[in-house]
Design a protein around this ligand. Structure first.
Ligand SMILES: [Zn+2]
Length: 117
């Protein structure tokens, strides 16, 4: 019997053939969450206000009453600084080319994927 070892990222579910592959992926993810020096640092109350708006906005976009087990994708208009201030540490994917971030949130019964363009 062959033992198939799989190294899986428990956030995005990507699997890698080797532990090294997974480590590399996690290293890249960590780098996304280290503050970019060229972004403005927003005052704390601005961040809080924006957070409140964002929560409202996301709730409006999510389908009502559905017990979804699938990923939900929500687009939110925000400046890069605003986005970064709030989603830092949750960023799991970043494309410099498209200036696109992806954050993955885990609910108790579902994975929620939030992408901001
Ligand atoms: Zn991952």
């Amino acid at each position: 019997m062959a033992i198939i070892s799989k190294f899986e990222c428990n956030v995005c579910g990507n699997s890698y053939k080797t532990n090294r592959g997974l480590k590399r992926h996690l290293n890249i993810v960590t780098k996304y969450n280290v503050s970019c020096p060229d972004l403005d640092t927003l005052p704390e109350n601005t961040i809080q206000q924006f957070k409140a708006i964002l929560v409202h906005y996301i709730h409006k976009q999510l389908p009502k009453g559905s017990k979804q087990l699938e990923k939900q994708s929500v687009s939110v208009p925000a400046t890069e600084s605003q986005f970064y201030a709030i989603f830092k540490n949750y960023i799991h994917y970043y494309s410099a080319l498209k200036n696109k971030y992806k954050c993955i949130f885990h609910g108790s019964s579902s994975n929620q994927l939030l992408a901001v363009f």
